[in-house]
Design a binder for this molecule. Structure first.
Ligand code: MN
Ligand code: MN
Length: 282
């Protein structure tokens, strides 16, 4: 039999109607501050995902049994950041209208803002759990308010003080850390404190954003702003499973940049994180 000439992420071939989670790509990297290329992440992850099994020995679950629909990639305007964010917000709203959970593949980290705008409107009192090497709390970057270096600052404007919990952070301007002390909960270097945070957020609506550069560059070199001193894959996996005990109403995986991933190991790691995330939510 001929194969359908439509690529989906591994095992995400449930129909839209019966799906609980909708995966989609936001291939946008126009505000990347250092090395662009994250726009190619979602398409590369789809093709490389077939190197993985659908079954997870970590969770004893299989993606073939999960109710996940892969809606493909959005067509985003590279020259107009506001327009691109609007398109992400609209698409996320449509998924929420269908009572489904959006799961976005970036793209650079700014794409998170589009999704959170839609999710925060739908879920008042939203909390955000943020894994990253970088604080992303700048008020502007070279004058631009819409930059991946400012994304959590823009998200804070939507969710307010004490609603953002960051983990793995090991880079940022001194002023970002100072500002963060009175507005967000920053956990530096690792996932210490995650279990306590999860206890506190039980029952609350949570948006979960994973900037994959939280991983050490030895595990994950394929990213725009690699930052030494990151967590291991096993640590990230454990942390993802812990967070997924919460009421996750939206999530994303950002900043894989396949052009810097000569060995393919970063893409393979990203695919495995997504598989485990989708299974943990199913
Ligand atoms: Mn980031
Ligand atoms: Mn980062």
């Amino acid at each position: 039999m001929l194969k359908k000439n439509v690529e989906t992420f591994l095992g995400c071939d449930c129909g839209y109607e019966e799906s609980e989670t909708v995966v989609f790509g936001a291939p946008f990297d126009s505000t990347t501050s250092f090395r662009p290329g994250a726009r190619f992440a979602s398409s590369t992850m789809r093709s490389e995902s077939f190197g993985l099994e659908t079954y997870s020995p970590y969770q004893n679950k299989d993606l073939a049994d999960a109710h996940v629909f892969d809606g493909g990639d959005l067509e985003l305007c590279f020259g107009d950041t506001a327009l691109a964010l609007g398109a992400i917000e609209n698409f996320t709203e449509r998924i929420l209208d269908g009572k489904k959970r959006p799961c976005m593949i970036g793209g650079e980290h700014l794409v998170t803002l589009g999704a959170v705008r839609a999710v925060a409107k739908r879920f008042p009192g939203l909390y955000v759990i943020h894994f990253d090497a970088h604080t992303d709390l700048r008020d502007d970057y070279l004058g631009a308010k819409l930059s991946h270096a400012c994304v959590l600052r823009r998200v804070w404007e939507l969710v307010g003080d004490g609603h953002i919990h960051q983990f793995g952070i090991r880079s940022g301007d001194r002023s970002e850390f100072l500002w963060g002390q009175s507005h967000v909960c920053t956990h530096k270097f690792n996932f210490n404190g995650l279990s306590e945070t999860v206890q506190k957020l039980k029952g609350k609506p949570v948006y979960f954003t994973i900037d994959l550069d939280v991983l050490d560059p030895s595990v994950f070199p394929g990213t725009g702003t690699p930052e030494a001193g990151g967590v291991s894959f096993a640590e990230l996996l454990n942390a993802v499973l812990t967070v997924c005990g919460l009421n996750i109403v939206g999530c994303d995986l950002v900043e894989l940049s396949p052009v810097y991933d000569q060995s393919g190991c970063s893409t393979a790691a990203a695919c495995k994180v997504l598989r485990e995330l989708l299974l943990a939510l199913s």
